[in-house]
Design a protein around this ligand. Structure first.
Ligand SMILES: C[S@@+](CC[C@H](N)C(=O)[O-])C[C@H]1O[C@@H](n2cnc3c(N)ncnc32)[C@H](O)[C@@H]1O
Length: 381
């Protein structure tokens, strides 16, 4: 019998798995023949937004969700009065009413190919071709692929990008007019959202076909960038290379002016969901330190990550090794005594409002790294 080989390294982002059917329109094949889908994410206005700093009604209910114990406030004090039972003595479980937010209901769907567009269609023509452009102005449109092997995970959108995008949108003043560098940008969602506030965003990743898809997403979302005049430049930045490529014959390479611009003017570095392989995590932190050492000024870095739990046969338990390695790198950085630069590391509460629909699970975290340079004379004594 022929040997069957199962590929176990294919991953599908929850973002695409949980998107309603209508968002799974296959638009074309990319440069390497992978089906490309287009997802639309509505940017919520004030009235539609979910405020994560306010507890949900029902979160403070007296009865627990399992219904196994009931508490009553008696004379201002909470007393445990034991489980609620029906007349036969069976547990009487009262379910908490479902939250009235139909759009955030968990829907697991499979991608459906709705149409095949011409691969030659330019992104701006696709905007015109959009059947439901009624809310087009507030809609972020991202081309992506579906389940990919690990080396292509950047061609999907990950929840960390949404958390970072929410944080960016909740801080319009902080990022106004800034120059920003994104590392491991994937399909460019966070960079595009950043450019609605910042002046210039260098959106970086590796791989020509990935960067081409990212570039198309920037063009597809021009309508979001035009009002503020923000600009996204898609460039190659490989954490496993020492230098930035400035060879003019290579697509997505840097000009000398751009290299000078990032070292002179960068205010913020951002990264979303880039910790899933320990070697790459090490390379990421080496890149960060190299960048910090070239900057003549302090810099703030925002990193979102998802603490993913896996059951491992090795431990016969649930572990989160990639996350633990990230925390270890963070800890090393905060204890690094460089003599020139000092680092501070803090986790930020994820209580800022939600501008995009996704599940903001508690495993999604946002970290802030601040570097400070001592005054010139202190550093040179
Ligand atoms: C899980 S994806 C996250 C993509 C995007 N930030 C998001 O949240 O949707 C990890 C990203 O890291 C990028 N990456 C992996 N190795 C890299 C390297 N050596 N240099 C630069 N980027 C790399 C991948 O190409 C991918 O885009």
């Amino acid at each position: 019998m022929a040997q069957v080989t199962l590929r176990h390294d294919t991953v599908l982002s929850d973002v695409h798995l949980l998107q309603p059917n209508g968002s799974h329109q296959m638009s074309r094949l990319n440069a390497v023949g992978q089906p490309v889908f287009i997802a639309k994410f509505k940017i919520l206005r004030d009235a539609e937004r979910h405020d994560n700093s306010v507890p949900e009604k029902g979160d403070t209910d007296n009865r627990t969700e399992k219904g196994d114990t009931e508490t009553k406030a008696v004379g201002g004090q909470v007393q445990d009065v034991g489980p609620a039972l029906d007349e036969d003595g069976d547990l009487d479980i009262v379910r908490r009413p479902e939250k009235q937010c139909p759009e955030s209901v968990r829907l697991t769907v499979h991608p459906i190919i709705l149409r095949q567009c011409s691969p030659l269609l330019k992104p701006e023509e696709e905007n015109e071709d959009d059947g439901d452009n009624t809310c087009f102005k507030d809609t972020l449109r991202i081309e992506h692929t579906m389940a990919t092997p690990l080396e292509d995970v950047g061609k999907q959108v990950w929840r960390g990008a949404f958390l970072l995008a929410d944080f960016i949108l909740s801080q319009p003043v902080m990022f106004r007019g800034a120059t920003v560098l994104e590392l491991g940008a994937g399909m460019g969602l966070a960079s595009i959202m950043m450019a609605t506030k910042a002046k210039k965003v260098y959106c970086t990743d590796v791989g020509e076909d990935l960067l081409k898809m990212c570039q198309r997403n920037v063009v597809l979302n021009n309508h979001l960038l035009e009002p503020g005049g923000g600009e996204v430049r898609v460039r190659q930045l490989d954490w496993q290379q020492q230098d930035l490529c400035t060879d003019a014959d290579v697509e997505f390479s840097w000009t000398e002016e751009e290299v000078a611009d990032i070292f002179d003017n960068i205010n913020f570095i951002i990264a979303a969901d880039v910790f899933y392989d320990d070697d790459l995590t090490d390379a990421f932190f080496r890149t960060l330190c190299r960048l910090y050492s070239y900057l003549p000024h302090g810099c703030v870095t925002y990193i979102s990550t998802e603490k993913r739990m896996n059951f491992t046969v090795q431990h016969l338990d649930v572990s989160c090794e990639a996350y633990d390695h990230f925390r270890c790198c963070l800890s090393r950085l905060s204890h690094l005594v460089d003599g020139q630069i000092s680092f501070s590391v803090e986790q930020l509460p994820s209580t800022f409002p939600q501008f995009l629909h996704y599940e903001r699970i508690e495993q999604l975290e946002l970290w802030k790294l601040t570097t400070t340079h001592p005054p010139f004379d202190q550093a040179h004594t």
